[in-house]
Write a protein that binds this ligand. Structure first.
Ligand SMILES: NC(=O)C1=CN([C@@H]2O[C@H](COP(=O)(O)OP(=O)(O)OC[C@H]3O[C@@H](n4cnc5c(N)ncnc54)[C@H](O)[C@@H]3O)[C@@H](O)[C@H]2O)C=CC1
Ligand SMILES: C[C@@H](CO)CCC[C@@H](C)[C@H]1CC[C@H]2[C@@H]3[C@H](O)CC4=CC(=O)CC[C@]4(C)[C@H]3CC[C@]12C
Length: 369
């Protein structure tokens, strides 16, 4: 990546490259990174769609592996110039144990950092989350905040705890000497709630609405704003950050960036209706149909049932005390830090993002998978 080697082709590694976000990062790199020579896609579960990418001009190497296995990570990282570490266990429903979430998100990230240090890879972009900041357990609003906004970040749930710990590891690793003597340069991107093609929760809401005869029922007040960002723009921000890390190492190294775009500030449910409405669903109620105390009770009941049934069956409904708190607390960002530091501007307008998502929901909602 030095000036003298402008034409040098680079090796990129994307961990979690077959996930919702990872697939968009992989495709974005192939479309928009002219210096890409080889793209390594590392994931526990490889997607069949990778096969079609192997016929293009860039060498695409699919690596089935587990980030919790240090030797598998080191083998994948060896020889890579840049690592985009997006693999993670995204579970806020109690499907996985807290230990497993920690193992994948924290130990997995530690393994990626150590692999960079051992093998001499210098540039690491980490997919963090807005959840490392909040909403906090006290339900304090975060209104159009930025990276410097003071906020009491208090976590209890395993997922945000793990993302916060992993983010700290990544930031603290900035400047460490890697094999060969040069410093590691790291940064962390914190997307708000991601939506777009491949968003399974959106597809599930659509199917649920179809099962209920085209109706969804409001549970969250329309006044609660929840930050959302289009997956294509999140992918684009990763590609840009990865590209600029060397040239702007002093500025970007060890920094965090919220990741958002021009998507409107709305409640979680009203935002989903931007896509589900044009697909034929209606949201019933200008106000929540159930009082908040009853939702709190139902969420607690779900948590109790999950605990009681765990020896017999996995009961993991969408509603639990954590998801209710997140959906019911205003958390929106407004910042130009990524624009100032590495020139990030959303690649997709809100209109484009909306249209693409609607087309995907329509196709995915009616297909069997
Ligand atoms: N979905 C969202 O709204 C947000 C997600 N994020 C972060 O973005 C990243 C990607 O999330 P999504 O694409 O939504 O999730 P996802 O579940 O679709 O993708 C995660 C990928 O990581 C892979 N993975 C999981 N455990 C692994 C392991 N032990 N070894 C190797 N690969 C493993 C999975 O197979 C999957 O392909 C995560 O780090 C998540 O914390 C951040 C903010 C918002
Ligand atoms: C109370 C229900 C009534 O319809 C709605 C429940 C919706 C929840 C399942 C979602 C509301 C907010 C979502 C989270 C948010 O977008 C931030 C996230 C960031 C991440 O890094 C991972 C995913 C998530 C925690 C996301 C998960 C689903 C919600 C809790």
């Amino acid at each position: 990546m030095a000036d003298s080697a402008q034409a040098q082709k680079l090796v990129y590694l994307v961990t979690g490259g077959c996930g919702f976000l990872g697939e968009h990062v992989v495709r974005m790199l192939l479309q928009r990174e002219p210096r890409l020579g080889e793209l390594r896609v590392f994931d526990r579960h490889l997607g069949p769609w990778l096969e079609e990418l192997k016929t293009g001009p860039v060498r695409v190497t699919a690596i089935q592996g587990d980030v919790t296995e240090a030797h598998e990570v080191a083998a994948a990282v060896a020889g890579a110039h840049v690592v985009i570490h997006t693999a993670g266990l995204v579970d806020v429903f109690g499907r996985a144990s807290p230990e497993t979430i920690h193992e994948v998100n924290v130990q997995g990230t530690r393994n990626v950092i150590e692999a960079c240090v051992q093998t001499g890879t210098r540039f690491l972009v980490y997919t963090s989350s807005m959840e490392v900041v909040g909403p906090n357990t006290k339900g304090h609003p975060f209104y159009r905040g930025n990276e410097d906004t003071l906020y009491e970040a208090v976590h209890r749930h395993p997922y945000p705890c793990s993302k916060a710990l992993a983010e700290r590891l990544v930031l603290e690793a900035n400047g460490r000497e890697v094999h060969g003597g040069l410093p590691l340069v790291t940064c962390a991107l914190r997307p708000t709630g991601i939506y777009g093609e491949g968003h399974q929760i959106m597809r599930d809401f659509y199917r649920q609405g179809l099962r209920l005869g085209g109706w969804l029922f409001r549970a969250i007040p329309a006044s609660v704003e929840h930050g959302r960002v289009y997956v294509g723009n999140v992918a684009w921000m990763h590609v840009l950050a990865a590209r600029e890390l060397e040239r702007r190492a002093a500025l970007m190294g060890g920094q965090v960036y919220f990741c958002y775009d021009g998507s409107p500030y709305k409640s979680y449910e009203d935002f989903n209706m931007e896509f589900l409405g044009p697909c034929g669903l209606q949201l019933v109620g200008a106000r929540p149909l159930l009082p908040y105390w009853l939702l709190v009770f139902l969420a607690a009941l779900n948590a109790l049932l999950q605990w009681l049934l765990r020896p017999l069956v996995l009961y993991a409904p969408l509603l639990n005390p954590y998801t209710l708190a997140v959906a019911n607390t205003t958390f929106t960002v407004s910042t130009d830090k990524a624009q100032r530091h590495f020139g990030y501007e959303p690649l997709f307008s809100w209109e484009d993002s909306r249209t693409r998502t609607i087309l995907w929901v329509q196709a995915a909602g009616s297909s069997a998978q």
